[in-house]
Design a protein around this ligand. Structure first.
Ligand SMILES: [Zn+2]
Length: 290
């Protein structure tokens, strides 16, 4: 499933093409996780703003082009495009977004297409857990509610060692589960949580509240390093992820994830695999301490 790095890679791959593109048509396929929440045809004429990311959500602002409206409504001021709202996009379990010259034939699993004057943005999502939802702004419903449950962004400078440590102190769950919850920091999905704990040399089974302040600082730095490396590598392609058709390569440089029985690159001990909360955890029993 696409995690934060894959979503960020997707954002970067479509951002330049979309910026300033004018919407000509919106085509919906089968229902996604949530309905669009407005008439798709009403988006025609909007101009795409700069696409951003929060957690695993993408936000594409759509602006009303006041200049073109002014031709029909002479009373309107000829200013910069006024914001009209935007689309909150989630890739779910199996979503892949592309922007460019779309195939003329609709693909079997294509369930959303934004036709613009510069190319199409289209979503292929076989499992249909993804979503494209209209919201008047990020501060209005439904975006506000969907984003309000997210923990801090990993690269937000406001997330500091003290705050991260305090969050761990307040939890008794294994540290791996605390990372996966996304409450302390978003982005550490299964592969990245395993890799960050290995980098920080912390046993994934250790209770969160047993982690000292220096180890918490090391873990936060490790989460950031792993996510940055994953974004640089184009994300991870475990099954079929792609951003604009390009697969990611982070999984090839994973130190523990998917390497059960293979020697730890640091100490040579066989990497172990256990199951925590129904998710596979990979770690080195020697390098990673309780
Ligand atoms: Zn080791």
């Amino acid at each position: 499933m696409p995690e934060l790095p894959e979503v960020e890679v997707t954002r970067r791959s479509v951002a330049d093409g979309l910026l300033g593109a004018r919407v000509l048509d919106v085509r919906m396929g089968l229902p996604l996780r949530w309905p669009l929440g407005r008439d798709p045809q009403g988006l025609a004429g909007c101009v795409c703003g700069e696409i951003s990311r929060r957690g695993k959500y993408l936000w594409l602002p759509l602006m009303r082009d006041v200049d073109s409206l002014a031709e029909h409504l002479p009373g309107l001021p000829r200013n910069a495009p006024a914001p009209a709202g935007g689309l909150l996009i989630h890739l779910g379990m199996s979503g892949a977004l592309s922007f460019g010259e779309a195939p003329a034939e609709r693909a079997p699993h294509e369930h959303f297409r934004l036709v613009t004057d510069r190319g199409d943005l289209w979503l292929i999502d076989p499992r249909r857990f993804g979503a494209v939802v209209w919201s008047p702004s990020l501060q209005d419903e439904p975006a506000r509610k969907l984003l309000s449950v997210l923990g801090p962004e990993p690269f937000d400078p406001a997330l500091d060692d003290a705050g991260f440590h305090a969050g761990l102190k307040a939890r008794r769950t294994p540290v791996k589960a605390a990372l996966l919850s996304g409450e302390l920091v978003v982005g550490a999905g299964n592969i990245y949580a395993c890799e960050a704990l290995h980098l920080a040399r912390i046993d994934p089974r250790l209770a969160s509240n047993k982690i000292s302040r220096p180890r918490a600082a090391r873990l936060l730095a490790a989460v950031r390093q792993v996510l940055r490396q994953a974004i640089d590598a184009g994300g991870s392609t475990l099954r079929d992820f792609s951003a604009n058709g390009a697969a990611g390569h982070y999984q090839e440089r994973a130190q523990v994830y998917g390497r059960e029985g293979q020697p730890c690159n640091t100490c040579g001990t066989a990497v172990r695999r256990i199951v925590q909360g129904q998710r596979a955890t990979f770690f080195c029993g020697v390098c990673q301490k309780r």
